[in-house]
Design a protein around this ligand. Sequence first.
Ligand SMILES: *[C@@H]1O[C@H](CO)[C@@H](O)[C@H](O)[C@H]1NC(C)=O
Ligand SMILES: *[C@@H]1O[C@H](CO)[C@@H](O)[C@H](O)[C@H]1NC(C)=O
Ligand SMILES: *[C@@H]1O[C@H](CO)[C@@H](O)[C@H](O)[C@H]1NC(C)=O
Ligand SMILES: *[C@@H]1O[C@H](CO)[C@@H](O)[C@H](O)[C@H]1NC(C)=O
Length: 332
Amino acid sequence: MGTILGLCFLLLLSFSHVAFSGRCNPEDKKVLLQIKKDLNNPYLLASWNPETACCDWYCVECDPKTHRITSLIISSSVPETNFSGQIPPSVGDLPYLQVLEFHKLPKLTGPIQPAIAKLTNLRWLILTWTNISGPIPDFLSELPNLQWLHLSFNNPTGPIPSSLSKLPNLIDLRLDRNRLTGPIPDSFGSFKKPGIDLTLSHNQLSGPIPTSLGLIDPNRIDFSRNMLEGDASMLFGVNKTTEMIDLSRNLLTFDMSKVELPTSLISLDLNHNQIYGSIPQELIKVDFLQAFNVSYNRLCGEIPQGGRLQRFQVDTYFHNRCLCGSPLPSCK
Ligand SMILES: *[C@@H]1O[C@H](CO)[C@@H](O)[C@H](O)[C@H]1NC(C)=O
Ligand SMILES: *[C@@H]1O[C@H](CO)[C@@H](O)[C@H](O)[C@H]1NC(C)=O
Ligand SMILES: *[C@@H]1O[C@H](CO)[C@@H](O)[C@H](O)[C@H]1NC(C)=O
Ligand SMILES: *[C@@H]1O[C@H](CO)[C@@H](O)[C@H](O)[C@H]1NC(C)=O
């Protein structure tokens, strides 16, 4: 009896040892080795040794139960000069991938890989600080689980696809610092998730901000450094819970006295536009306002006295048509 028990124990031990050191789905391993080859065996992936279990490799994570690859993050803080090529099409053959990131790889070129359309479990798609180019593809809107879509600091051109608003779980969209043109799509007023973050700054977006954006309640909006024109008052409203709005360096023209400011605002930057009217009195009720800039506009009248408004310096208010009162010189 003792021997049998001992044998079982021994078997169990050796089995669990094998299970541990062999943690790697063979299909996934094959795909990862193909990705490494497609990227010209970069030093970054030196740990991707065919003799070892792929769940132990750098830049990947496995599901603890199924040992399928769930995350692939290839990011170089010191840009690797010899890391060149396109996003390998084989990334589309990691069906359990939830996180895909390529970051700080200036020699990564080509389009946003169409094979990514197969990754329907994807929750985070982050392609940032690379040299990928071409349009932002429509197929991204077919990834139903996508929560974070970051395509900042690349070279994509063309318009923002209106289909992105179909993504039911999207909570953080960053398309800043590209070369995108055309308008903000009308459909952006139909994002499903309240509290979404929308970062579209540093592009060449033009035309009016769609009035439909009045229907959503984003957490943060950054549309700065584009060529947007006309009204932006739909982004404001007493019942919104928006914390940050940056519309600086556009061509916006609207009457600021007619705007109802959300009391949730922490940061409001409107510098370098053509905004007229006066600063609304209600702004003194915005208790948590930490950053504020209305400089380089066409505002007039007295700066409301009270709240946090006199904590800001002259450079919050200067270069307007006829603003006056502390911290600017008093109104005559
Ligand atoms: C890339 O650079 C690393 C380290 O500098 C080197 O070991 C590796 O062989 C290089 N790969 C290619 C394809 O040149
Ligand atoms: C990105 O690609 C463009 C051409 O498509 C090239 O001129 C530029 O030098 C590349 N940037 C880097 C950092 O490699
Ligand atoms: C804000 O919400 C309150 C309470 O739900 C409602 O009575 C009011 O009409 C709303 N105001 C606006 C401008 O939507
Ligand atoms: C406001 O923006 C102007 C223009 O960019 C800048 O000169 C000024 O320093 C800014 N002030 C604050 C408080 O951010």
